[in-house]
Ligand binder design. Structure first.
Ligand code: AKB
Length: 320
């Protein structure tokens, strides 16, 4: 029988592209999307859709029963920058939603869960370069705390109840289809839009702030790959370090400038600078590469080419 998938928070940056990839693989009717409201009409019209508040156990359960779901991708979350503005909201959404799906798996209602963690589980006391899989995790953001505690619960539900939950610590994700919302790494998407529309960008992080990043296609590939890997090869049941590239605002500016020579950048660091400063600059993901053969495809130059190709078409502006 074909797998029946529910994506919770499908309208977000990763959720929307994950929906397209999973539907291409499993068929539109086997991938049900859900979000907190039905404002995203493109998503509502594109296939089976339900309004589901990820904090509402009964609503999730009703949707799972209605479509006979066996696999849940829980993509709803409040990210790092928004989480600092709304700490309680971030805590409630990020932890309650996870508890609901873990409990549904514990009860045997669903078989498999994907839950995203983040480089935000790390903090200022973590080794900053080539951050290992197992290391000090003392996050200083609300978002990071929710992800760290979530990782512990994933491990616990796997060890105690045999729940098949799989997770990745996403770095900043760069995509041209959907804008990110409320993260510290969002500058790495905004910069491409502004380079095309205004030929100028003011970065909210300083020029030398090095962070781990990844092109969306690699993030989607990793997400599907970890879910399809044999259970025995998934040895980390908290979450896997995942890496592709690391760069700072100056590096990305220079890579865009090769295509848009008159592009200008300026720097005006805001409250997100201290969040970025608390995170690693590069990640050691050798455990993911070893356990389930993870490999990335896109470096910074390839990412820039893809972003500028698609965004120049979107805005109808030519770039070199
Ligand atoms: C954020 O910036 O909050 C996210 C993340 C790294 O998890 N993109």
């Amino acid at each position: 029988m074909a797998s029946k998938i529910l994506i919770i928070g499908a309208g977000g940056q990763i959720g929307s592209e994950l929906t397209a990839a999973l539907r291409a693989k499993h068929g539109v009717s086997n991938v049900i999307t859900s979000d907190i409201n039905d404002q995203n009409q493109e998503m509502v019209q594109s296939g089976p859709f339900e309004v589901v508040d990820a904090k509402d156990y009964d609503a999730i359960k009703a949707c799972i029963d209605k479509y006979d779901i066996d696999t849940v991708y829980l993509m709803a979350a409040l990210l790092s920058a928004r989480g600092e503005k709304y700490p309680e909201k971030a805590w409630n959404l990020n932890t309650e939603s996870l508890f609901h799906v873990l409990n549904l798996a514990k009860a045997g209602v669903i078989k498999q869960i994907f839950w995203p963690s983040s480089i935000a589980v790390f903090g200022p006391s973590t080794p900053k370069t080539n951050t290992p899989q197992h290391t000090v995790c003392e996050p200083t953001t609300v978002y990071g705390i929710t992800k760290q505690v979530g990782e512990r619960w994933c491990q616990y539900y796997h060890d105690q109840y045999g729940v098949d939950v799989r997770s990745i610590r996403y770095p900043g994700i760069i995509s041209h289809k959907t804008m990110p919302g409320g993260g510290t790494t969002d500058y790495a998407v905004e910069i491409y839009h502004k380079a095309i529309t205004e030929r100028a960008y003011t970065s909210f992080l300083s020029e030398d702030t090095m962070l781990p990043m990844m092109f969306m296609d690699d993030a989607i590939k990793a997400t599907i790959q970890i879910m399809e890997a044999p259970a025995a090869s998934i040895k980390e049941r908290s979450s896997y370090n995942l890496a592709a590239l690391s760069f700072n605002p100056k590096d990305i500016y220079e890579s865009i400038k090769k295509h848009i020579p008159d592009f200008k950048i300026s720097y005006a660091p805001d409250f997100r600078q201290s969040i970025a400063d608390s995170w690693p600059s590069s990640i050691d993901d050798s455990v993911a590469r070893e356990d389930w053969a993870w490999q990335h495809d896109y470096d910074l130059e390839a990412t820039t080419e893809e972003m500028l190709k698609h965004l120049s078409l979107k805005y109808g502006v030519e770039v070199v």
